[in-house]
Design a protein around this ligand. Structure first.
Ligand code: MN
Length: 292
């Protein structure tokens, strides 16, 4: 099916991820940093971890709390075990997703379950509306084979983690933020992919293999290099992407969009609330063991 778009969105700016570390010293690239939280509302953070060296990831993310938002962990390659204070446990592996709603809070660990080999994946933080920030925690482990996918006529494999694309509904839907989360695998060559985007939804593209271009209405291409993020402009009814012809590595990219909440964002580390008072309460609740 060919999607007709009247006004494709342009690249507003290109952002290079920041090298940092988190947890017990896991090296990662923070693609969506806190200064972009307002602009990319309802998304708060996107981390990309990718390394063949166990020194970079082996220490993992020991017990830590969360409150007020959702974490979406997408494992491209490797094995990560999570355990939480409610007694839940699961193993996230190649191509699988863990979607966790922290809600009023929990304490969990996310630990690599491998001593060598490659560990690669993403963790996205999706904000919750004020009315849901103290809801019951929830999570779902979605194995790779449970993620709906399809291949376009042009040969692009589309994995629909959330939202919908060309009539295929993703593994997770959220009414308020309406997140779209697509993992796009382009075949070699210069291949196009079009995705309509609702007006007013914030959207960005993160390329993790090869190179992808964003095409405007006149066919003008803005290249988005690997490990960088393109913030898409707010004007337009969708996005037209094209894999770069000269890349020897077939391109892969995440296309993420959502409806902004337009509520105040107050963050203190792993707690994201609306006010400073709510953050103090979260810290108090954690320190007194009320997060589990
Ligand atoms: Mn966590």
């Amino acid at each position: 099916m060919n999607q007709t778009l009247q006004q494709p969105r342009r690249v507003e700016r290109l952002v290079t991820g920041q090298r940092t570390s988190d947890g017990a010293g896991v090296k990662l690239t923070r693609v969506l940093t806190s200064d972009l939280q307002q602009r990319l509302d309802p998304f708060l953070m996107l981390d990309n971890f990718a390394s063949d060296d166990p020194e970079d990831y082996g220490a993992g993310f020991p017990d830590h709390p969360h409150r007020g938002f959702e974490t979406v962990t997408y494992m491209i390659e490797g094995r990560m075990r999570h355990r939480d204070s409610a007694g839940h446990e699961g193993l996230l592996r190649n191509g699988g997703v863990q979607w966790m709603t922290a809600g009023r809070g929990l304490v969990h660990s996310e630990m690599p379950e491998q001593e060598n080999g490659r560990m690669e994946g993403f963790q996205l933080w999706l904000n919750l509306p004020a009315s849901d920030k103290l809801r019951d925690p929830w999570y779902r482990d979605i194995a790779s084979e449970e993620i709906p996918e399809f291949t376009t006529a042009e040969g692009v494999l589309v994995r629909v983690i959330a939202g919908q694309s060309q009539g295929v509904a993703g593994a997770v839907q959220r009414e308020r933020t309406q997140p779209l989360y697509l993992d796009l695998h382009f075949p070699p060559g210069a291949i196009e992919f079009r995705q309509p985007l609702p007006a007013g939804h914030n959207a960005f593209l993160c390329v993790y293999r090869g190179q992808v271009e964003v095409l405007d209405a006149g066919g003008q291409a803005t290249p988005v290099p690997r490990q960088s993020m393109a913030v898409l402009g707010q004007q337009g009814d969708g996005v037209v992407l094209r894999s770069a012809a000269n890349g020897e590595t077939p391109a892969r990219a995440l296309l993420i969009a959502g409806q902004p909440l337009r509520e105040p964002i107050a963050q203190y580390g792993p707690f994201v609330m609306n006010t400073r008072e709510q953050l103090l309460q979260a810290v108090q609740d954690f320190q007194s063991g009320r997060l589990g």
